[in-house]
Design a protein around this ligand. Structure first.
Ligand SMILES: Cc1cc2nc3c(=O)[nH]c(=O)nc-3n(C[C@H](O)[C@H](O)[C@H](O)COP(=O)(O)O)c2cc1C
Length: 392
């Protein structure tokens, strides 16, 4: 039985949470409810305790089991946290990591999937602050059920009504199912750029931000995998819910990947590994002079090809950042590297690719099959990619 924590915040639509709790129970879930203070102006804990047969949490210092911190217990025991309805205020708190009440503290402690269904006045919904909260939560993997258009409780009309209960239940079940897809599997991901030192203060690198690799890692985690991320230097915050191995050069990335691959079922090479490195690293700092300077470069290892060839029993997938949308370039690369599939993206487009928040992938398989993700957030592309790879 799947355990869902249903968080209810202070919207008029809180009355619908009672039916939602029942619908989730009918769908086979155990439901535990947590109310914000504002929600209790609309609905009472006794209602949910009677409906679910479980204690209903309201206060952050509440302990249904004496000596056990409920926010940690509930977060660990939940397969999914559903916040419906979610107010603009609760969205802002979630986005900022505010743990002022039981619901937001519980959400902070959660490491599993979070589904959010906002409900509010249309002006509140379209307010840049609310939209920014949603964007930042989406980037962290929170799944949203957008509100629908219609007459809202205050008498205005527009987008802001809580999505239909049937849709909330259906999506919740889908996310619960997705969270199982990579259970028991370890996904090894290489990500970001590499830095190839010229001397002690200079290096050769490229424009990779590491966002796509991080999105693949986050998506794999959302799908239940154990994740190992080998990352070149990036400015992204270091995640704490999976293992990250920081590296700098292609050689370091290679030895980390060869050391970790034995644990992996699926390997995805998202890193933009420098093809060449300076033939020698000068100690100290190269001084300016009137002389012309020639930098000799030598070929770096092709890490993903080496992994694929050394471990034909594992599914190894490459990324191809190409300044073209012609799939034949990526297909040739896939065959040359001996990988199972290749995900191509066109880095000549400024709206996708290096540094952008969105991407568009073309996935090619060795058997000639292919699929396209369409343009979406990098996390959306990553989830799409992993779904396709688990189907294949
Ligand atoms: C009658 C009434 C209805 C409200 N409905 C909503 C709503 O649908 N969505 C929303 O974001 N805020 C709504 N609010 C405002 C929130 O209740 C308020 O911002 C509160 O601080 C939210 O707290 P919470 O996020 O901790 O539940 C409403 C307020 C009142 C008085």
């Amino acid at each position: 039985m799947k355990r869902v924590v249903l968080g209810v915040s202070g919207s008029v639509a809180a009355y619908r949470a009672a039916d939602l709790a029942r619908d989730l129970m009918r769908a086979g879930c155990e439901v535990r409810v947590c109310l914000t203070d504002a929600a209790q102006n609309f609905v009472q804990p006794a209602l949910f305790e009677a409906l679910t047969g479980q204690p209903c949490l309201q206060d952050v210092f509440e302990e249904p089991v004496r000596g056990r911190m409920a926010h940690i217990d509930w977060a660990r025991q939940a397969d999914l946290i559903l916040i419906a309805p979610a107010t603009a205020n609760t969205l802002a708190k979630l986005a900022h990591g505010d743990g002022e009440d039981m619901l937001t503290t519980l959400a902070l402690a959660a490491t599993g999937p979070i589904v959010v269904a906002p409900a509010m006045n249309p002006a509140m919904y379209t307010h840049p602050a609310t939209q920014a909260s949603m964007e930042s939560l989406k980037a962290r993997g929170v799944h949203f059920l957008e509100p629908v258009e219609g007459d809202v409780a205050c008498g205005e009309n527009g987008q802001g009504k809580l999505a239909a209960n049937s849709q909330i239940v259906q999506e919740t079940l889908l996310i619960l199912h997705r969270a199982e897809k990579l259970k028991g599997q370890t996904v090894l991901i290489t990500s970001g750029p590499t830095e190839e030192p010229i001397d002690d203060v200079r290096f050769l690198t490229n424009r990779s931000s590491g966002k796509m690799g991080m999105a693949v890692a986050r998506a794999a985690k959302l799908m239940g995998a154990e994740v190992i991320l080998i990352s070149g230097p990036t400015s992204l915050p270091t995640p704490t819910d999976f293992r990250v191995i920081p590296v700098r050069t292609a050689e370091e990335m290679r030895s980390a990947a060869l050391g970790e691959i034995r644990h992996a079922h699926l390997v995805i090479g998202v890193a933009a590994v420098a093809d060449y490195r300076p033939a020698e690293r000068v100690q100290g700092k190269i001084r300016r002079s009137e002389e012309e300077m020639v930098l000799k470069l030598v070929l770096n290892p092709d890490i993903i090809a080496e992994l694929a060839q050394a471990h034909p029993e594992k599914k190894v997938v490459a990324f191809a950042a190409e300044p073209t949308s012609d799939p034949e370039v990526a297909r040739a690369k896939m065959l040359r590297k001996g990988v199972h599939a290749i995900a191509m993206n066109d880095v000549s487009r400024p709206d996708i690719g290096f540094g952008a928040d969105e991407n568009e992938l073309k996935l090619l398989f060795t058997d000639g099959k292919s699929a396209e993700s369409g343009k979406q957030s990098k996390l959306g592309c990553a989830l799409w990619l992993l779904e396709k790879l688990t189907e294949a």
